[in-house]
Design a protein around this ligand. Sequence first.
Ligand SMILES: *Cc1c(COP(=O)(O)O)cnc(C)c1O
Length: 463
Amino acid sequence: MKKKNKDLINRKKFWKIGISDFNTQYFDFNKDGELIVKEGNNQYNVRYLAEKLGTPLEIFFPFILEERVEDLLDLTSALIKKNHYGGKFYYHYPMKVNQNKEVVMSLVGEGANLETGSYNELWLVKRMLEQESFNPKIRVICNGPKTDKYINLIDDLQHRGLKVIPVIEGPNELKVFRYSRYSVGIRLDIPVKVQSRWDKAVDRFGFSAEEILSLGKMKNLKLLHYHIGSQIELLSDILNPIKYALDVFFKLKKINPSLDTLDIGGGMPIPYNRVKGYSVNSLMAQILKLMKTEADKRGMPHPDLRCEWGRYIVAPSQITVYKVIDVKNVPPKAGRAKKWYVIDGSFMNDLLDTWAIHQKWHVIPCTDKPDAKAVKVWLAGSSCDSDDIYTGQGSSIVLPDHEGNGGQGRLYLAFLDSGAYQDPLASHHCLLSSPLKAIAENGQIIVIRRRETPDDVGKLFGW
Ligand SMILES: *Cc1c(COP(=O)(O)O)cnc(C)c1O
């Protein structure tokens, strides 16, 4: 018995679960070495769900999502009080990160405001408004290039009383919005270099500081916005752009006293590879301190703060589960792995960032028998594409040896943090079906996207 307990503790350590810094405090192994997810006193056995619902499978956990946004709002309001910060904080959920209804509705229910990047996303906001599915006091920031349809819809929703703030991204938008009677924002292109895959040498978004400061008076200017990139790994890379933006902000406020809000966009990272980064607590404390110092120095009021962190809030709320359907040998000396594990889904389709941005994932076996040996593997997707693989991005993945038990019994693999960006980017290479999607909430499992039939997928291509 004692040995079994120790095994369990070691195994939890090895797979880095049960650790808040890694967002794995919800995961555990039961006494049989099976992966479970705990929601209060409810718990979900992932192997059982995979067998019951089939694979590939996506499981969305609203409680994880809700807890994350709640924590962010509580943390920030406590810091504002403690530091006597004079401005307010608003969280805006960038819909492009995951537009699934259950995700957006869960976030709005916890007090999130919204950010849209396209006409179609704003159209969903209109539908929610008409269905009275949110508090009409909600605020919506509209980024992205403004087509005529997008502009008309912004106008329509503003007339209906919804607080919609378009962010001006270019000269044509400036003509449309600068004399509008509703509040507007403007996007600043920040020339500060940061460590993020998305920080390009030449940026096509927004205006330079000089351009913005030479625009003259805009009676309706409320908000200065920038977005520098996603998955920003260094805390200083979040603070330095804020410092740059604040300098522009206070100069701009002298021309436009109505300006009262700094919107710092997205970028808060996720520890995909389970290396400890900075915490949201220390980041938020430092952001507010910086904003307070810079405002006090100039004798200006503390600006309101808005952020649009998407990945950080949503990624940990979903896992993707595959079954290992075959095991093959990697030729000796060919690489760092001994075996290929072939899975019944596709990285290029269901976890497209594996291919697009060389995303690292945290992969955990849904059953880890105490006597199973470990083996270094590569994973192969079910499409015919030689790029449809996951090698731990040039290394290997350590998993239980599936052949140790004769390839019998089933091996299921859980990919953590699949909640951000993977659904919107998903595709149908080789006409494979998308994973079935289920929600796990209050001990209940609800299937919200059934497995596509050949007919369903064929229809997408005119069959
Ligand atoms: C993509 C995007 C975000 C979200 O970025 P994350 O890295 O997911 O936090 C926020 N704001 C804008 C304008 C974006 O384009």
